[in-house]
Design a protein around this ligand. Sequence first.
Ligand code: TXA
Ligand code: MG
Length: 354
Amino acid sequence: MKTVTETVDRDFPSAETLARAADVIRNGGLVAFPTETVYGLGADGFQPEAVQKIYAAKDRPADNPLILHIYKKKQLEDIAAEISETTHQLIERFWPGPLTLVVKKRPEVPGYASAGLDTVSVRLPLGVIARQLIKLSGTCIAAPSANTSGRPSPTRAAHVAHDMDGKIDMILDGGPADFGLESTILDVSGARPVLLRPGAVTWEMLEQTVGPVDIDPAVLHEPQDTKRPRSPGMTYTHYAPLAKVTVVTGEVSHIAEKIKLLAAAAGKKTGILATEQTMRYYADIPSTAGSILVLVSGDRDRPSTIAEGLFDNLRRFDLHGVDEVYAEGLHEEGIGMAIMNRLKRAAGYRIIEV
Ligand code: TXA
Ligand code: MG
């Protein structure tokens, strides 16, 4: 299959290009499109064959459900069996935006996008391209992140092309994604909300809005075999570059000292994921070590800058053939919780505390 890439302006997208993309969706095809979080791989959520194509293109396990994307709040009524007061409050504060809600689904909503569960996850994205595309398609768009299953999520159209070229009909290139991490997922189907995946809408922001919010254990710790995480996607290896990643956590100067020692001893093609505050530490690693690539992920005092480029940096290490990466850990508060969740999983929970 030939994959067509179209450049679209993120603020004033061409109506003609979006109409063509919507035709592809209506005809059961696959379109990758930018959202404020990461690029999504969209298909009509109500056409079983189209949904099936998403699983095939991504090589995604069949028991991992998809998010249904809507373009206006009212569409939630067609999908959710009930909309609680809590849900209303969350929608008022955070939609459109990077918050996905897991709700009990109406019986008439088919189960093939939600892997047969009695709940379904729903998201109203912020960007104009995504919302116009959904509206013109006249449906809900089922869309996971547009990466091969297990790889870092795509935050640039080039990442999508790398994983999906020849497997999907169209890529809409709207430039880099704003947040760079997938949406926060909150399960509001039970008595008390449960955070299943942290994102740019932080746990602190959620608690400010609706009171106590539980955190699924799989958000912070390696999932145990005995306890199945409530978000099926959390069971799989994720976000992993080809390089072996280790996260070093602790006080920042100790982190930098440790990484310096590790990199000096590594002797292969080594990557360091540094921050603006620490990059100078790595300038004088002895040349007896193998080649070392230092990428600066962003500013520790503004962790959203780190989030934005995180997946791009992980993919860049791969492009340079790096075999081993040492990544600096961050505080797990605010968006730091989401960044650390992705980093730990990219590292397969190889973590050194100093
Ligand atoms: O930001 C995002 O959410 C992006 C953009 C494209 O919208 N989408 C995305 O989708 O990250 P995906 O499929 O890569 O991740 C969705 C996660 C998976 O871990 C899946 O297991 C979980 O959401 N999920 C989906 N439906 C669920 C449900 N009914 N209950 C629990 N977890 C669910
Ligand atoms: Mg994904």
